[in-house]
Design a protein around this ligand. Structure first.
Ligand code: HEC
Length: 142
């Protein structure tokens, strides 16, 4: 008797699951306004300005992603998503090149690596600061 009850309960549950899945797929696939798409889609601009794009290129070229991630790309240990919201441009630069103001908070190896960036052309450093300052999205969005 108990076994029969358990079996019919299991069967009923399976039926409900299958039924719900069917209903959901019907609702989900119903042709609706979301299927009407414009013929031509504007390309989504990835970067706001040429200066910012140059900064992104410099960021890639200098291997910052070896320790940092942006939009889920790179080393997830130190994400830089939204860093433009958290830090002023001056502070971004301090961290980028491990200036005296932040060096005590970095390990010696990391500080040495970052200090080597100080030898890059000023234009390239400024471009990276501009790029990072433009990041306002919280992690995971984008
Ligand atoms: C060897 C590893 C390493 C490399 C390479 C590196 N960084 Fe960092 N960076 C760190 C660490 C560690 C911190 C400390 C704070 C943290 O963990 O986010 C940091 C902090 C920062 C911060 C402050 C982040 C915050 O949220 O406060 C910025 C901005 C930054 N780095 C920019 C850069 C840029 C630009 C480059 C490339 C030119 C770069 N870093 C290369 C390790 C690295």
């Amino acid at each position: 008797m108990r076994e029969l009850l358990a079996k019919s309960l299991a069967a009923l549950t399976a039926l409900i699951v299958v039924g719900l899945a069917a209903v959901f797929s019907l609702v989900h696939n119903a042709p609706g306004p979301q299927e009407v798409r414009p013929e031509v889609q504007e390309p989504v601009p990835q970067f706001q300005s040429p200066a910012v794009a140059a900064g992104r290129a410099a960021y890639d070229r200098n291997g910052c992603a070896g320790c940092h991630a942006i939009g889920g790309q790179g080393n997830p240990r130190s994400p830089l998503d939204g860093v433009g919201r958290r830090l002023a441009p001056d502070a971004i630069r301090d961290w980028m090149v491990a200036s005296d103001r932040v060096r005590p908070r970095l390990s010696a190896a990391v500080a040495r690596m970052k200090q080597s960036y100080a030898a890059l052309p000023e234009q390239e450093l400024q471009a990276m600061v501009d790029y990072l300052a433009s990041l306002h999205a919280p992690p995971g969005s984008r």
